[in-house]
Design a protein around this ligand. Structure first.
Ligand code: ZN
Ligand code: ZN
Ligand code: FE
Length: 699
C-alpha cells in the first residue's frame, strides 16, 4: 500500500513504542524492520493492524524474527527496487483539512488549486512508475521549495511524505485565472477544464443556449450530461445511500432522480427523470464552483464516445473546436481516467477513484492473463493470481482514436503492474476491434462467449464459482452459433455454460440501422405476426429482410421494439435510450404480468400493439410489459429448478423496474439472487468476466 500516509503512520507508532529500525516501500509493498523488547514489538504489531490510517487497506501482514543488528533511531528509508507488484493508489477527492486551508486567507496555500496531503490528491493519474515516490510521478518536474520540504520531511506534519505536495511557490500553475474562467462560464461560454484524469467540458447547467451549443459541438444529441454541484439537494432527490455514495472519497457521478423544480436546462438530460451529479473533487473544481456560484455541466472532453482527451496538445487539437476557453495547468496527466458513474443499486462505470484497485477472483490464474473486453464501454482487465485489475473506462472501441488509446493504456497498465501476460481472453465476435487486438498479441487465446462473460463477472465478484443459473439480458452479443444473442437463461459455472432458454431471434432489417431505428424491428415483428404495420416507410425498408437482416435474440431489441410500438421512440441516438424511456413511461404504474413464456418476443411486441389499439393506456402497457418479462424470466428459472442461485447481468438489467421485479419474483420462488455490486452489469464488466473464465479454465 502506497501513498496513503502509511509510512508516516509506521514512523509514529515506532516512535511511540520506542523501537529502532526503518520502513520503506519496495516494489512489493511496505517493508518494516523494528528492533526492541518483546512487549514493545507486540504493541507495535497490534497498532500496525488496528490503527492504520483511513485510506490504508492492509491486505496481509507477514512477520519474521531477525537477529538484532543494533539499529539506532527509526528512519523512513528511500524506496527499494522499482517495478514490483505493490498497488498504486487510486486518486482521492480533496480532504476536509485541505479544503479548510484552501479557503483560509491566512494559510500559505490559500486559493492554491493544487493543495493535497497524504490523505487526498492525485495518485493513479500522475504515477509514472512504481514504487510510488515523487520522482516517479508527474510532480518530478517541480522541485520542492524550502517550506514544502520541511513539511515533507517532518514526521509530525500531515504532509510528511505526501508525494504530490506543492504550494504556490514551487508547484504547478494555472494557465488562466479562476475568476476569468468563472466569468466566461457566467457569459455562457464553454470552458475546457483540465481535471485529474483528463479534460472536462464545462458550461452553465442552467443556461439552455450554452448547453445546446455544447451538444451541437460535441456531436452528442440526447445522451445526458453529468453535473458538478455544491448543492445536490437543489437538483435531485437523495436517499442516505445515494448521499453517502456522492460524498465518498471516490466521488463518482451518481445517477439519481431529479427534482421537478431543479434549475437545469432542458438539454442537460432530455427525456429522462434521472440526473448524473457529482461533487467537486479537486481544489480546482472547488475554486471554480465557488467563483461561479451555480451548477456546471461537466462532461468528458471528447466528441461523442471517443476516449477522453488528457494530454495538453491533444486536448487543444481535439477540443479547440468545442471549447471557447481553456482552463489548463502545467501538472501533466500521465494516464487518462474518466469519471466513475454509479447508481446505489449497481455500478455503471467503474473508473476514477476506484482504479487501479484490484477486484479478487474466486480462483487464482495460474498464468498472467489479459482480458480485452467487448466493444462498447470498453475496458480491459489484467490478472495476476487472484487479483484482477480492471482498467478505467476507455469509451467505445470503434474509432482509430479508441484503438490507439486501448493500446497505450494497456501498455501503461502492464508496466505499472510489471505483468507480462501469457494468456489473452477475448469475445467470440470476430469483428470486434478487441478480438483483433487479442489476436495480434500472439498469446495463448481463450475465447469467451459474451453472455457467459457477463454471468461469470457477476459470480466472480461475489467470490463464487457456480454452478448457477444466469439470466443475461443484453443488447447484443455474439453467440456460439454465429447469431446475435442477448435474452438468455444459462446454466453455468466459471468455466462453461449451457444455454437453457432464450428469446427467439428476430430479424434486424438493415443490420446496424435497425439498432439505431427500433421501429424497423417492431415492423418486422408485426409483419411476422400478420398484423398491419403502422409505418409507411416500412415499404422501402422491408426489402432489407431479404438482403441484410441478421438475427438477434437480444433483450435490448425487444425493449426497443416495444418502445417503438408504443410511440415512445422510433429511433435512438445512444445505446439504451428507447429502453430508458420505456422504463420511465412504465414508472410505478401497477400492472399484472400477461401470460407469456420466455421465448417468443414477436408475440409480446404484437400483444403490446394490440393492447394499444384496444385503447389501453400506454403507461399501463409499458408496466405490464416489464412485469411480463420479469415473471417469464422467473418462471423459466423455476422450470429448471436448480441450482437455486441466479445471477442477473447484462445491460438490460440497468432497468431498475426490470431488475427489481425479476429479483422479487425469483426470491418469492425461493431462489438466491446475485446482482452486480463491484463491476457494471453492462459491457464495462465484460473484461472482468472474461478474466474470471480464463482463470478458471487455466486452473
Ligand atoms: Zn488533504
Ligand atoms: Zn512549495
Ligand atoms: Fe453485453
Amino acid at each position: 500500500m502506497q501513498g496513503v500516509g502509511f509510512r508516516p503512520f509506521v514512523y509514529a507508532i515506532a516512535q511511540k513504542h520506542r523501537l529502532d529500525g526503518f520502513v520503506l516501500n519496495d516494489g512489493d509493498g511496505v517493508v518494516i524492520e523494528v528492533e526492541g523488547g518483546t512487549t514493545a514489538l507486540d504493541g507495535f504489531a497490534c497498532a500496525l493492524r488496528e490503527q492504520a490510517p483511513p485510506l490504508a487497506r492492509v491486505d496481509t501482514v507477514e512477520a519474521r524474527r531477525l537477529e538484532p543488528t543494533g539499529e539506532t533511531g527509526f528512519q523512513i528509508r528511500a524506496s527499494g527496487m522499482a517495478g514490483g507488484t505493490a498497488l498504486i493508489p487510486a486518486d482521492v477527492a480533496t480532504c476536509d483539512d485541505c479544503l479548510r486551508e484552501l479557503f483560509d486567507p491566512d494559510d500559505r496555500r490559500y486559493r492554491y488549486p493544487f493543495v493535497n496531503c497524504t490523505q487526498c490528491g492525485p495518485r493513479f493519474t500522475i504515477v509514472t512508475g512504481v514504487p510510488y515516490d515523487r520522482p516517479l510521478t508527474t510532480m518530478a518536474g517541480f522541485p520542492l521549495c524550502a517550506d514544502c520540504r520541511l513539511e515533507y520531511e517532518d514526521p509530525g506534519d500531515r504532509r510528511f511524505h505526501a508525494e504530490p505536495i506543492a504550494c504556490p511557490v514551487c508547484g504547478p500553475q494555472l494557465s488562466m485565472s479562476i475568476e476569468d474562467a468563472a466569468e466566461a462560464l457566467v457569459d455562457g461560454d464553454i470552458v475546457a477544464v483540465k481535471g485529474l484524469g483528463g479534460y472536462h467540458l464545462a458550461c452553465d447547467a442552467a443556461r439552455e443556449a450554452a448547453v445546446a451549443r455544447l451538444r451541437a459541438r460535441k456531436l452528442r444529441e440526447d445522451k445526458p450530461f453529468a453535473l458538478m454541484t455544491n448543492e445536490p439537494a437543489l437538483l435531485v432527490e437523495l436517499d442516505d445511500e445515494e448521499r453517502a455514495l456522492l460524498s465518498s472519497r471516490e466521488r463518482p457521478i451518481v445517477l439519481v432522480r431529479r427534482r421537478a423544480d431543479a434549475a437545469v436546462a432542458p438539454s442537460v438530460a432530455p427525456g429522462t427523470p434521472w440526473l448524473g451529479v457529482m461533487l467537486p473533487y479537486t481544489p480546482l473544481h472547488h475554486l471554480l464552483l465557488a467563483a461561479f456560484g451555480g451548477s456546471l455541466v461537466m462532461t468528458s472532453g471528447n466528441r461523442s464516445d471517443e476516449p477522453i482527451a488528457y494530454e495538453d496538445a491533444e486536448a487543444q487539437k481535439r477540443l479547440g473546436g468545442i471549447a471557447d476557453v481553456f482552463l489548463a495547468h502545467d501538472r501533466p496527466i500521465h494516464r487518462r481516467c474518466e469519471d466513475s458513474v454509479m447508481r446505489a443499486a449497481y455500478p455503471i462505470r467503474r473508473s476514477r477513484g476506484y482504479v487501479p484497485g484490484a477486484i479478487s477472483l474466486p480462483v487464482a490464474a495460474r498464468r498472467p492473463v489479459v482480458a480485452v473486453g467487448a466493444e462498447l464501454k470498453s475496458t480491459f482487465c489484467v490478472v495476476r493470481g487472484r487479483q484482477a485489475y480492471l482498467s478505467p473506462h476507455l469509451g467505445d472501441l470503434d474509432s482509430e482514436l479508441a484503438h490507439a488509446a486501448f493500446q497505450t493504456d494497456l501498455e501503461l497498465y502492464l508496466a505499472m503492474l510489471s505483468i507480462e501476460p501469457e494468456v489473452v481472453a477475448h469475445d467470440l465476435h470476430p469483428d470486434y476491434l478487441s478480438t483483433r487486438l487479442a489476436r495480434q498479441l500472439e498469446l495463448d487465446e481463450v475465447g469467451v462467449q459474451h453472455h457467459h462473460a457477463h454471468a461469470a463477472a457477476c459470480l466472480a465478484e461475489h467470490g463464487e464459482t457456480g454452478p448457477a443459473l444466469a439470466l443475461v439480458f443484453d443488447g447484443t452479443g455474439y453467440g456460439t452459433d454465429g447469431t446475435l444473442w442477448g435474452g438468455e437463461l444459462l446454466r453455468c459455472d466459471l468455466s462453461s455454460f449451457e444455454r437453457l432458454a432464450h428469446l427467439e431471434p428476430v430479424p434486424l432489417p438493415g443490420g446496424e440501422a435497425a439498432i439505431r431505428e427500433p421501429w424497423r424491428v417492431a415492423a418486422a415483428c408485426l409483419e411476422r405476426a400478420g398484423e398491419p404495420v403502422p409505418w409507411k416507410r416500412w415499404e422501402l425498408v422491408r426489402q432489407a429482410l431479404k438482403v441484410n437482416a441478421p438475427l438477434s435474440s437480444g433483450m435490448g431489441r425487444l425493449f426497443d421494439a416495444v418502445a417503438a410500438v408504443l410511440g415512445v421512440r422510433e429511433s435512438v441516438t445512444y445505446e439504451g435510450q428507447a429502453a430508458i424511456e420505456l422504463e420511465q413511461l412504465a414508472g410505478d404504474t401497477a400492472a399484472e404480468p400477461w401470460t407469456w413464456r420466455l421465448g417468443d418476443g414477436t408475440s409480446l411486441v404484437t400483444d403490446c400493439y394490440l393492447a394499444l389499439r384496444a385503447g389501453r393506456d400506454r403507461a399501463g402497457i409499458a408496466a405490464a410489459f416489464h412485469e411480463t418479462v420479469a415473471a417469464a424470466a422467473a418462471a423459466a428459472c423455476a422450470e429448471v429448478a436448480e441450482p437455486i442461485t441466479v445471477v442477473l447481468s447484462g445491460g438490460s438489467f440497468q432497468n431498475l423496474r426490470l431488475l427489481g421485479s425479476t429479483r422479487r419474483r425469483l426470491e418469492e420462488l425461493g431462489f438466491r439472487v446475485l446482482t452486480h455490486q463491484l463491476v457494471p452489469p453492462n459491457d464495462g464488466g465484460i473484461s472482468y468476466g472474461q478474466a474470471a473464465v480464463a482463470a478458471s479454465r487455466l486452473f
